[in-house]
Write a protein of this length. Structure first.
Length: 149
């Protein structure tokens, strides 16, 4: 009888304790949590102190002057830097901006817009698929591709 009581007490305590302890591991903050848009365009224009892309596309002609990689960030409240790396059709790096400071983290910014660009010329930018990689605070955030024809 004593053995039965101990088992019953053990089961009750196990049920009680299993209901009292629960947790959820929060997913890590990804560096691209602030990225609202990352795309290619032919130009940008300023509207109400922010840049907006003009002529968005993922196919460009070798007769274009530039191809721009445009990024729009939202809810920036911490120190933030951007870096663009461009790769040509053979996988060779053709441009690296290095770290570009965007925000020092001292104030909240509802939106931030920025772009980088490469010049198009048949000698330096032959037809093919190009890759542009965006880093935020030194961590890979996004990768997009375009074709140059």
């Amino acid at each position: 009888m004593k053995n039965l009581r101990l088992r019953f007490l053990f089961i009750i305590m196990a049920v009680f304790l299993s209901g009292c302890i629960s947790f959820r591991i929060a997913p890590p903050d990804w560096p691209d949590k602030n990225v609202d848009a990352f795309l290619f365009c032919r130009d940008v224009k300023e509207i109400e102190s922010l840049l907006e892309p003009v002529g968005t596309d993922d196919v460009f002609s070798t007769e274009e002057t530039f191809v721009l990689a445009f990024v729009r960030l939202k809810d920036v409240s911490e120190k933030l830097s951007l870096r663009w790396k461009w790769y040509g059709p053979q996988g060779n790096e053709i441009r690296d901006t290095g770290e570009v400071p965007v925000s020092d983290g001292t104030r909240y910014l509802e939106a931030v817009t920025a772009y980088d660009r490469i010049g198009v010329s048949l000698e330096k930018t032959p037809p093919g698929e190009y890759i542009t990689v965006l880093f935020i605070n030194g961590t890979l955030s996004s990768k997009i591709t375009f074709n140059l024809r």
